[in-house]
Unconditional design. Structure first.
Length: 316
């Protein structure tokens, strides 16, 4: 009798152990498979995290590429941005950016805009980071007072060097590209003479020259014939081959030899007739605007952004 009871007890214990093992397996499965509500909450937390990160990003300060040029701007109105002069120059600093501010509109809510691209402008305060802006250009700067839709416009020249968008035909003896200064192609050059009499330092770190651009360190004049001999575009260049470079320079003028820079794009075509008509028309339009000084009202909204484009061709 005792033997039968012992066997029955063993069977009962074994059954209980099996039941506990099955329950544990079920619980383990529930822990591994996430509940739908938990998954939804996690997705929401991730979305909120992304939103918070996006909200923390400061607004862009260069607004010129985002806002179209106004159709009917107001010139000379009360709120037209005023920076104290019609031409401003960057200045040397001790590692800090040189920033200028408008002398008017203090305490007046509104937004600032600029055209064409290249001016690093704070849309809230109108502050211009001269160190990071493209110098040697004329800009249109607008202010829209809060609660209005009128764009009060003024123009500002940021002193410095620039090159014209142009096509050069070597066979026609068009072998050099010279810079112009302070957005005025008719003004006497700031840098003159092979001895650098005015104290200019063009491509002072030889960045462009090391790429093959034959540029005079005193005048900034580019020898296009020598540039081709330097194989800037390669030994056997193809039509449309493009090289981007940067010219770092210092001018002994009102900028007091502050470090400046200008991007430059050089492009090769074997013949001028090989240049796509749309590109040729764009260059011609840009050149005419520069020479006729029509940037303010006629071309600020469509002017080609920097860098200036120099196209070198062998033949017409």
């Amino acid at each position: 009798m005792k033997r039968k009871l012992h066997i029955g007890s063993s069977i009962l214990v074994l059954a209980l152990l099996c039941l506990l093992a099955c329950r544990k397996t079920i619980n383990s499965t529930e822990e591994i498979v996430p509940k739908p509500t938990a998954k939804t909450d996690s997705t929401k937390l991730q979305a909120d995290s992304v939103k918070n990160q996006t909200d923390s990003i400061p607004p862009k300060t260069d607004t010129s590429a985002e806002v179209p040029f106004p159709v009917t701007p107001l010139l000379g109105c009360t709120y037209s941005p005023d920076y104290g002069d019609s031409i401003v120059f960057t200045q040397p600093t001790n590692g800090q950016d040189y920033v200028i501010y408008p002398v008017n509109n203090g305490g007046i809510a509104g937004k600032y805009f600029s055209w064409p691209v290249g001016l690093v402008l704070n849309s809230q305060t109108g502050a211009i980071d001269m160190t990071k802006s493209e110098t040697g250009a004329r800009y249109a700067i607008g202010f829209v007072k809060a609660g209005t839709t009128d764009t009060c416009l003024s123009q500002l020249i940021v002193g410095g060097a620039a090159y014209m968008d142009s096509v050069y035909v070597l066979a026609d003896n068009q072998t050099t590209a010279a810079p112009y200064f302070n957005a005025n192609p008719y003004a006497p050059p700031v840098c003159t003479g092979s001895s650098g009499g005015s104290g200019c330092q063009i491509d002072y770190n030889n960045y462009a020259k090391n790429q093959g651009v034959a540029i005079d360190n005193h005048t900034g004049i580019i020898d296009l014939q020598q540039t081709m001999k330097n194989s800037l575009f390669g030994l056997l260049p193809l039509n449309g081959t493009t090289i981007n470079t940067t010219v770092y320079y210092k001018l002994n003028d009102n900028s007091n030899s502050a470090p400046q820079q200008i991007g430059l794009k050089l492009m090769f075509y074997n013949k001028k007739s090989d240049i796509p008509p749309s590109l040729l028309a764009s260059i011609t339009n840009s050149l005419l605007n520069t020479l006729s000084d029509l940037l303010m009202l006629n071309s600020a909204g469509s002017a080609s952004p920097r860098p200036p484009l120099i196209i070198i061709t062998r033949y017409n």
